[in-house]
Design a protein around this ligand. Structure first.
Ligand SMILES: Nc1ncnc2c1ncn2[C@@H]1O[C@H](COP(=O)(O)OP(=O)(O)OP(=O)(O)O)[C@@H](O)[C@H]1O
Ligand SMILES: [Mg+2]
Length: 249
């Protein structure tokens, strides 16, 4: 009996799929949207993880500034650590003037002390509603874990927060800090709630640190699986999307 010839598997291309393509929320960070098939799918919740000083806050600032100025999307910055003047100052360092955006109610920075998780959720919802935000930042999200004594409680509450953020419909960035002990996990948030994970790294090469960015996952998106060099300069972040890390070394 003749063995039926195996048909070659058809290559599935996201671009050709009949499934509706999501609208993309462009970060506007030079080079980054190229790694994301044009941007973050609208309404996704993305965890930006990085070691100290890797550029997480800078990422959030630029995401919100570009949202208003380039794409006409209002934003909120929920800060769990820094005050509004501190964030405004850091934005100004990169040449992003937050003051007129705040005056025009296109951007709202809210510093919230995390002493009651339910109140935090309500405050986030009110702030987002107050400017009809399409972009939401929670920085540093890592402090959630300090709030809860029990891991189970933390997981449940963070899942709940994730669901609420999804319901609000904006594209959300939550920052997370990577330490050696805790690779890149935010109490299950990444695994269960986050649609995407972007990693910002410092890699030590001989006597210097090199910055890089990688996309660990992004639902609904064909992503670059490589680490790409990242520059953090006077104009903010810049991803060298056509280069791979170590290529130039
Ligand atoms: N106002 C500033 N003056 C000088 N350098 C700055 C300033 N703001 C940011 N930088 C540079 O950008 C880097 C990244 O800062 P950023 O606050 O975005 O990182 P981060 O990942 O949020 O850090 P952290 O872990 O402290 O929250 C700093 O280490 C510094 O080199
Ligand atoms: Mg920070």
């Amino acid at each position: 009996m003749a063995i039926p010839k195996k048909e070659p598997l058809e290559e599935v291309k996201f671009e050709d799929s009949s499934v509706a393509k999501p609208n993309r929320t462009q970060t506007g960070i030079p080079g980054l949207d190229d790694l994301l098939g044009g941007g973050i799918p609208e309404g996704n919740l993305v965890v930006v993880s990085g070691d100290p000083g890797a550029g997480k806050t800078s990422f959030c600032i630029e995401f919100l500034y570009n949202g208003v100025v380039k794409y006409g999307e209002n934003g909120v910055y929920i800060s769990l650590e820094e005050s509004e003047p501190e964030i405004v100052k850091q934005a100004a360092y990169y040449g992003f003037d937050f003051i007129p955006l705040i005056k025009d109610r296109r951007l709202k920075i809210e510093t919230i002390q995390l002493y009651d998780f339910e109140k935090l959720k309500n405050a986030i919802e009110e702030t987002v509603d107050s400017v009809k935000a399409r972009r939401i930042v929670i920085d540093p999200g890592v402090v959630f874990r300090l709030f809860f004594e029990k891991e189970l409680e933390a997981r449940k509450s963070i899942l709940d927060l994730g669901r609420m953020l999804k319901r609000l419909g904006g594209t959300t960035i939550i920052t997370n800090e990577i330490t050696l002990e805790n690779s890149h996990s935010l109490f299950g948030l990444e695994e269960y709630v986050a649609d995407g994970v972007v990693l910002l790294y410092h890699t030590k090469i001989e006597n210097r640190f090199i910055r890089s960015v990688g996309v660990l996952k992004m639902r609904g998106t064909k992503i670059s699986e490589k680490l790409h060099p990242l520059e953090l300069g006077l104009n903010g972040l810049k991803v060298l999307s056509k280069q791979e890390l170590f290529e130039e070394l």
